[in-house]
Structures are given as structure tokens and as C-alpha cells.
Design a protein around this ligand. Structure first.
Ligand code: MN3
Length: 216
């Protein structure tokens, strides 16, 4: 079995009051765990069954038998996205700040940090149904914001739906889960409030790492 459920890098209640412990318990222990086991089931017997990297599996979906592709896309996608998501969260006040390089790139792409937050929040709020909002480094090594449906991610070629630039082949450096399972217990229908609260628990130290890797 290629994939295992990673441990959370913080306690279940560490993100309160912005993300509550019960949501974290179910989100990680039930939803993410289900993506892992279903991805393992779907990959069984395929050429990618020994790949330990869900991002690689997502990028190579087309190499799988057609009848496996949807299940792998949804579940390896879910595993990739959630594994990254947990890493980019930290208790309020503990996540540091964007590096000088990332801060400069944010200013260049969005005018300011507030401009970035507004665009990212809008991408998450306007994603109809379930999906993710993303901050990515595109193929021109510029930052872009977009969103994807379901458990798709920008590493699946052409899946980032940024209106203002092409995120095709983009590398995500920050993602936000806007599925109802990510917020409904605490925020009910108030997705924009959840998105606003998310900015309090971003682990910028980790986003800086992802940004540096994407730029290198
Ligand atoms: Mn989720």
C-alpha cells in the first residue's frame, strides 16, 4: 500500500477558535483517512501502486487504466491536498510571516498582502460546491490564485481555474479546503467567515519552503 495517513503536526485543538477540535478530528481521522484507503484500493495492481508520492500519481493519472482514473484522481488528489493542507496550518501567532522573497512576489502579483487575501478569499468563496482555493507558482515563476473542484489540484494539468492567468502546470504553495466538511460544524453556511479565520492559522514558515522549492 503506497499511502499512509500522516500525523497532524499539531494537537487537534491547537487551531481553536479558528478551526475547532471536532472538525479537525473528523476531517483528519475520517475524511483524510478515507482518501488514503480508497486511493490504495484504486491503485492496487496498477503501475503506480508503489509510488509513495500522491502528487506524482496525480500528475501521471493518464498512465492509469481508464476505469481507475476517477477513483485515483479523487482519492490520491484528496490525500495530496490534505497532506499539504495540514503542513500549512499552525496555531495562531506561531506560523511566522512570509519571507522577504515571498512578500515581494505577493506585492508584485496582488499589490499587497491584503490584495492577495482578497483574491484568495474570493477564489474560495466563489468555488461552487466542493473544492480548494490555491496560491500557486505558475510556469512563468509568478504567483497566481485560483481554485479547483472536488479534490483536483493544480498539479493535475490544466486544473487551476484562475481567471486572470494560466495556472496550467502550476505548483501549489498554499491551499485551502473549502469543502463543507472543513468548516460546517463550526461555521455552518458561513464559508467566508471560515476563510477569513483561516488567515489567522497559516503556517507561513512552511509556505516559504514550498515557495522556495517551486522557484528553484
Ligand atoms: Mn477536506
Amino acid at each position: 500500500m503506497p499511502f499512509t495517513l500522516p500525523e497532524l503536526p499539531f494537537a487537534l485543538n491547537a487551531l481553536e477558535p479558528h478551526i475547532d477540535a471536532k472538525t479537525m478530528e473528523i476531517h483528519h481521522g475520517k475524511h483524510h483517512a478515507a482518501y488514503v484507503s480508497k486511493a490504495n484500493d484504486a491503485l492496487k495492481g496498477t503501475k503506480l501502486e508503489s509510488s509513495a508520492c500522491p502528487w506524482e500519481v496525480c500528475a501521471r493519472l493518464a498512465e492509469l487504466p481508464e476505469d481507475k482514473q476517477t477513483a485515483v484522481r479523487n482519492n490520491a488528489g484528496g490525500h495530496a491536498n490534505h497532506s499539504m493542507f495540514w503542513q500549512t496550518l499552525a496555531p495562531a501567532g506561531k506560523g511566522g510571516a512570509p519571507s522577504a522573497g515571498l512578500a515581494k512576489a505577493i506585492d508584485e502579483a496582488f499589490g499587497s498582502m491584503d490584495g492577495f487575501k482578497e483574491k484568495f478569499a474570493n477564489a474560495g468563496a466563489t468555488r461552487f460546491g466542493s473544492g480548494w482555493a490555491w496560491l500557486c507558482v505558475n510556469s512563468d515563476k509568478k504567483l497566481c490564485v485560483g481554485s479547483t473542484a472536488n479534490q483536483d489540484n493544480p498539479a493535475m494539468p490544466g486544473q487551476c481555474s484562475s481567471a486572470s492567468c494560466s495556472c496550467k502546470g502550476a505548483t501549489p504553495v498554499l491551499g485551502l479546503d473549502v469543502w463543507e466538511h472543513a468548516y460546517y460544524l463550526h461555521y455552518q453556511n458561513r464559508r467566508p467567515d471560515y476563510i477569513a479565520a483561516f488567515f489567522n492559522v497559516v503556517n507561513w514558515a512552511k509556505v516559504n519552503e514550498y515557495y522556495d522549492r517551486a522557484m528553484s
